[in-house]
Structure formats: C-alpha cells, structure tokens
Ligand binder design. Structure first.
Ligand SMILES: [Cu+2]
Length: 159
C-alpha cells in the first residue's frame, strides 16, 4: 500500500525532472484550448490575475499568470474568507501567505517565479475553497481537494 505510493511518487518526480529538463525552449503550444477550456483537460488555468471569492469558492480555481504578476483576490461574499498558502501536492511551490479577506475587500500577492502555488481558505476548508496560481509554464494535472477529480490519473506537476 504505502510502498506503492512511495514508488509512484518517486516515479512522478523522476518524470517531472525529465520533463523539466527536456522542455527548455519549447513553451509555445498551449494546445489552442483558449477561452472556456471546459473541464476535460484543463491542467492549465484561466489566464487572469483577478480571482474572486464568491459563493464560498475561488473563481477561477486555477489561474494562470506570467512571472512578476500581482494577483488580486477580491471577496465578493458578505462574510469573511482567507487566502492561506499550502501544498496539496509534492512539487507544488513552497510559499508563505496567510491573509484574511473581509467582505468586500481585496488582498494581493506578486508571484515572481514559475511554479504551482496552492492555497485554500481555512475558514471554509480546502474541500470547498481551494485554488492554485500557475505561474509561468507551470501546470497541474492532479486534482485539487475542491475539484471533483476530473483530472486523469497520473497527476503531478510539470513546468
Ligand atoms: Cu472562506
């Protein structure tokens, strides 16, 4: 049981390293699934630096930005939330952030380096309020705790 898990993680890490090593210089692509994207293969997020806290959820859950972008979270609910850094997956960026967001207010954070930055609301829990900011070429194939597992198995993070 746990042995298998460890093996798979090791394999995934190896895979991520291989991808990172072989990917230099070919970040074009994007597969042309711009716009809505749908829920099928959306390992990449919606390109936006504006994330709403609305109906006890982050919208969009996955936001893609370029390095150096300042992301703004705005609470559109009539009650408080927070934005708290975490790592749901191995390979997610390590970052420190813990900000309360009172109703109607905003908080910001500038992401300088590529990576998958995961976060959640400690008040309502990761199952309902979670998100990830995908900076640069980072993508996240694995599902987040607040997503219903639309991502295929194999999960993992690549850059
Ligand atoms: Cu909340």
């Amino acid at each position: 049981m746990s042995d298998t898990t460890i093996d798979r993680r090791a394999l995934m890490r190896a895979g991520v390293l291989a991808v990172a090593g072989g990917l230099a210089g070919c970040s074009g692509g994007g597969d042309g699934t711009d716009g809505d994207g749908g829920s099928g293969d959306g390992s990449e997020g919606e390109t936006t630096s504006e994330i709403a806290l609305q109906n006890t959820a982050f919208q969009p859950v996955r936001a893609s930005v370029a390095p150096g972008t300042t992301v703004t979270w705005t609470n559109e609910d009539s009650f408080g939330h927070d934005v708290t850094a975490t790592q749901f997956h191995d390979g997610a960026a390590e970052w420190s952030f813990a900000m309360s967001v009172p109703a109607g207010e905003s908080v910001t954070h500038t992401f300088e380096s590529a990576g998958a930055y995961e976060y959640f609301c400690t008040i309502h829990g990761e199952a309902s309020m979670c998100g990830v900011v995908l900076v640069g070429d980072a993508s996240l194939d694995a599902s987040l705790p607040c997503e219903d597992g639309t991502a295929d198995g194999g999960g993992g993070i690549s850059y």
